[in-house]
Design a protein around this ligand. Structure first.
Ligand code: AMP
Ligand code: MN
Ligand code: MN
Length: 353
C-alpha cells in the first residue's frame, strides 16, 4: 500500500503523478465511485474525473450508491452516472473520490468481488483511513475538485467546458461559496482558473448553495423551534414524522447544522436525522459543524464516521433521542477539552508571548 500525504501541495507531486499514470495508462476498464448521500464535491469530482479520463482516451464507468439529486443535473455527464446494479464484477482500476473510508462507497464497491482490483483513493478528509492500494490524500485542499485541478494540469486536460463546470461545482459547495476558513489564495486561484475556463460562478452558486425547496424550509421551521443549546453546543433532531409533516423528501432541508452553528451563542452545531437504511434498520445520521478553532472530526471518527475539523458526520443505530443525547454530550465534552488544551502553556505561547 502506498500512502502519499502532502502538505498543501498546489500541483500534483511528481511521485504521485507517476504512480497515477502507471495505474491509469494500462487500465481499459475503469470504475469511478464517490460517497453515499453524494454532495456537490462527490458528484463534481466523479464527473470531473470522468472528463479527465475521457481526455486520456478512456471510457470510465461512473457509479454512485445513492441516486444523486437532480439539482446537479446541470453538470454535463450527470445522466451517465449509474446505479450499483450496473456495476460489473471485473475492472482493471477503481478510482474512489471524496470518501474517507471503504464503507462510504456503499454497495457500489463489493469487497468480495472488487477486493483484488487496484484502488486509487483521491480524497481530502483528514480522517482518511488509506484504504486504497494507492492513496492521494490532501487535507490541505478544500475539495477533491481542487485536487482534480492539479491532476488535470498534470494530465494535460484543459480546464474548460464540462470539466470546469464539474470542478467549480465541488469547489463552491464544499467551501459554501468560497467562505469557509480553508478558502485560501490557492482555492481562489483554482476557482479563478475554472471561471476563466468558462464555468459561470453565479449560476453554480444559484443552482446549489442558494437553492432550497419550500418543503425543506417548512422542515427547518418545525425543527428550529425545538433546537437545544447547552455549553455553546447547539443541536436539533429531525424525525421521520417531522419530515413527513413538512412533505420533505430525502435530501430536502439539508444544511441545517451549518445554519445552527451560525448562532452567536454556539461554537458547535449538530443535527440528528432519523432514517431507514437499505437493510431496513432505523439509523440516525449525525451532522456536525464547528466554528474556526474547534474540531468536530475526531468526535465523528470516535463514533465510526469521519470528516474535516469544521464539518464531519457519522451514522449510528438507536433511537433518535438517545443518540442525540449521547452525541451532543460528547460534543460538549470535546469542546471543553479543546478549550482546556488551548489554555495549557506551550513552548509556542512562551516564545510568542
Ligand atoms: P455532512 O454533514 O453530511 O455535510 O458531512 C460533513 C462531512 O462529514 C463530509 O466531509 C462528509 O464526508 C463527512 N461525513 C458525514 N457523514 C459521515 C459518515 N457517516 N462517515 C464518514 N464521514 C462522514
Ligand atoms: Mn463530500
Ligand atoms: Mn469534499
Amino acid at each position: 500500500m502506498t500512502e502519499i500525504r502532502t502538505a498543501g501541495a498546489l500541483f500534483l507531486p511528481p511521485e504521485i503523478e507517476s504512480a497515477i499514470r502507471s495505474a491509469i495508462n494500462p487500465a481499459e476498464r475503469i470504475l469511478c465511485v464517490s460517497h453515499v448521500s453524494p454532495d456537490g464535491d462527490a458528484i463534481g469530482s466523479l464527473l470531473g474525473m470522468g472528463w479527465i479520463l475521457r481526455h486520456l482516451g478512456k471510457k470510465p464507468t461512473l457509479a454512485l450508491a445513492d441516486k444523486p439529486s437532480a439539482d446537479f443535473n446541470f453538470i454535463p455527464g450527470f445522466d451517465q452516472i449509474v446505479a450499483p446494479s450496473a456495476v460489473a464484477d471485473s475492472y482493471d482500476l477503481i478510482i474512489c473520490l471524496d470518501a474517507s473510508s471503504q464503507d462510504r462507497m456503499g454497495n457500489v464497491y463489493r469487497p468480495e468481488v472488487h477486493g483484488q482490483t487496484p484502488l486509487l483513493v483521491i480524497d481530502h478528509h483528514i480522517t482518511n483511513t488509506n484504504f486504497g492500494t494507492l492513496n492521494w490524500v490532501e487535507p490541505g485542499c478544500a475539495a477533491v475538485c481542487q485536487m482534480l485541478v492539479y491532476l488535470a494540469d498534470a494530465m494535460g486536460a484543459p480546464l474548460n467546458g464540462s470539466l470546469a463546470v464539474a470542478l467549480l461545482t465541488g469547489l463552491i459547495t464544499d467551501t459554501l461559496g468560497l467562505r469557509t476558513s480553508n478558502t485560501d489564495a490557492h482555492v481562489l486561484q483554482a476557482a479563478m482558473r475554472l471561471t476563466d475556463g468558462g464555468a459561470i460562478l453565479h449560476e453554480i452558486v444559484a443552482r446549489t448553495i442558494l437553492s432550497r425547496s419550500f418543503a425543506g424550509m417548512r422542515l427547518w421551521g418545525l425543527i428550529l423551534s425545538e433546537a437545544k443549546l447547552q455549553d455553546r453546543v447547539i443541536w436539533a433532531t429531525i424525525s421521520r414524522d417531522q419530515r413527513k409533516a413538512a412533505g420533505a423528501q430525502d435530501g430536502e432541508g439539508e444544511g441545517l447544522a451549518g445554519f445552527l452553528v451560525s448562532a452567536k451563542e454556539a461554537d458547535i452545531g449538530a443535527t440528528f436525522t432519523e432514517r431507514v437504511n437499505k437493510a431496513g434498520e432505523a439509523v440516525v445520521e449525525c451532522s456536525f459543524r464547528a466554528k474556526p478553532g474547534f474540531d468536530v472530526s475526531q468526535v465523528a471518527l470516535s463514533f465510526g464516521g469521519g470528516g474535516h475539523p469544521p464539518a464531519a458526520g457519522c451514522t449510528l443505530t438507536g433511537p433518535l433521542a438517545e443518540v442525540a443525547a449521547q452525541v451532543s454530550a460528547a460534543l460538549q465534552e470535546a469542546r471543553r477539552s479543546q478549550l482546556a488544551a488551548r489554555k495549557e502553556p506551550t513552548m509556542n505561547s512562551v516564545v510568542h508571548g
